[in-house]
Design a protein. Structure first.
Length: 58
């Protein structure tokens, strides 16, 4: 998936520097990509994932 496409989807969702795990899953589903790809993008761009549904992120 193109990083610009993910960036646009996150911007459209109102994401600046944090995103909830639930919202990250919604974006992944909308783009039809693995959740891990959203996680990787967020890690690479300094976006913190909060309220993780699995307890993986703080």
């Amino acid at each position: 998936m193109n990083g610009e496409t993910i960036q646009k989807a996150l911007q459209d969702a109102g994401v600046t520097n944090t995103i909830s795990c639930k919202d990250a899953w919604v974006v992944a589903e909308k783009l039809n990509i693995p959740k891990s790809e959203i996680g990787r993008y967020c890690s690479e761009h300094g976006i913190k994932i909060r309220h993780c549904q699995l307890g993986c992120f703080a």
